[in-house]
Design a binder for this molecule. Structure first.
Ligand code: COA
Length: 260
């Protein structure tokens, strides 16, 4: 598979997806969205991929937003189609993927870039990271899920302020408000992210997939979340991994999970 605007690599089950347009701050044009969609297909379908990291190439940007040069010809129908295509191919599919997706934010994460990080299951950031939803400066609003996912993550007041001012915040402030889980030096960003993912992929994959599904259900305020948790909890007892987990604990050995 050869991509032109992203690069990918797979090591020890972890698929690293790097948005690769550093001269344009890794802005998301139509090709990036399509190629990210293809990379996400791989995560869904390839058994040897256990988890994915999304990051940006170069020292300055994670992703500085949707490509503004593609906005000039858009009317209402075109803008709506652009947002829908991105959400369908990329953002919602990352959020709902049964395998973990982590954003390793290495620089500017603005607009669609912040939303790309928000769609991931959690975020790590380097000290250089900057987050913001500056669409209001263009007379626009976030279109790749920002009004919903940012609010879920940091609360209504903070989300309102970030989106209505268009201001950027740094990594420490982003961590303080729960937007990112860990802040590292630039050099440590990928090693730290990989180390967290290694822990996750040593666990039972079906249990991890249920956690992702149920947390997503709760995050949108679906009142059936507790009922669905009871059901999923029960279903997992019928998996080989749950039997292995309990046996390994009782036999004082490390569990070996198979995803069955
Ligand atoms: N879409 C298209 N091109 C973008 C872009 C975007 N979202 N963000 C940056 N670029 C391009 C710039 O146009 C410039 O291209 P050029 O060299 O051909 O002129 C190049 O990337 C470098 O950006 P530049 O603005 O010169 O870098 P900077 O360090 O001065 O500023 C940013 C960096 C990220 C603060 C600034 O580029 C910016 O504000 N970008 C737009 C962010 C935004 O509004 N995103 C939401 C879009 S909905």
């Amino acid at each position: 598979m050869s991509f032109t605007t992203i690069s990918t690599s797979l090591e020890n089950g972890i698929y690293l997806i790097t948005v690769n347009r550093p001269d344009k701050m890794n802005a998301l044009n139509k090709t990036v969205i399509r190629e990210l969609g293809e990379a996400i297909d791989h995560v869904y379908t390839k058994p040897d991929i256990r988890a994915a990291i999304i990051t940006g190439s170069g020292a300055k940007a994670f992703v500085a937003g949707a490509d503004i040069s593609e906005f000039t010809s858009l009317n209402a129908a075109g803008g709506e189609a652009l947002a829908k295509l991105g959400q369908d191919l990329v953002f919602s599919r990352i959020e709902n993927c049964p395998k973990p997706f982590v954003a390793a934010v290495n620089g500017f994460a603005l607009g669609g870039g912040c939303e790309l990080a928000l769609a991931c299951h959690f975020r790590t950031a380097s000290e250089q990271a900057k987050f913001g939803q500056p669409e209001v400066n263009l007379g626009l609003i976030p279109g790749y899920g920002g009004t919903q996912r940012l609010t879920q993550l940091v609360g209504k007041g903070r989300a309102m302020e970030l989106m209505m001012t268009g201001n950027m915040i740094g990594a420490t402030e982003a961590k303080d408000m729960g937007l990112v889980n860990h802040v590292t030096t630039a050099e440590e960003l990928l090693p730290k992210t990989i180390s967290i993912i290694q822990t996750i992929i040593s666990k039972a994959p079906l249990a991890v997939a249920e956690i992702i599904k149920l947390v997503n259900i709760g995050a949108v305020g679906d009142p059936s979340g507790l009922e669905q948790e009871i059901y999923s909890f029960g279903q997992l007892f019928d998996t080989a991994d749950a039997k292995e987990g309990a046996s390994a604990f009782l036999e004082k050995r490390k569990a070996v999970f198979t995803g069955k």
